[in-house]
Design a protein. Sequence first.
Length: 163
Amino acid sequence: MGNSNVAEKYKMKKRKGTVILNVIIILAIMFAVVGIMVFLQVKGIKVMGSTRRYFEAFEIAQSGVDYGELMILNAAAEGGGVMDTLISLSDFDCDVSATRMFTSPVIGSNISFGAGYEEIGKGAASGGAQSFYHLEVLAKGQTQGEEVRLEVGFRKIIGVQAK
């Protein structure tokens, strides 16, 4: 009987060691899973932040395009040239640059172009002309360095008032 008690005690000690080893392995796996989850969460937050800043820069560049079109319309109404402008909006600098490329006659008649029947359009028969501009806008973030560049072609019909 003495030998069987020793064998049982030996088996119990062996089982206790495997239980502790299993618990350690399971805890290591759980810590690895939690670590991966935290890493992915932090990465997702960074991606969301950069995406938000990029869209903000894009919207400011769109505002710069609108401002550039207004500069072109004002210059055409006043008979002057278009100046490059630097605008600061929130944490962004927006550089607006407009260049006149060429002027050409308008093709079409009064009725087929520019709503001539409403007496606001001009065609080739009445000596209409159009000027084409290259509008370039660069929006740069002051803190994070986001950058969006938009290039737009703009056509101004000479003699037609913008609405």
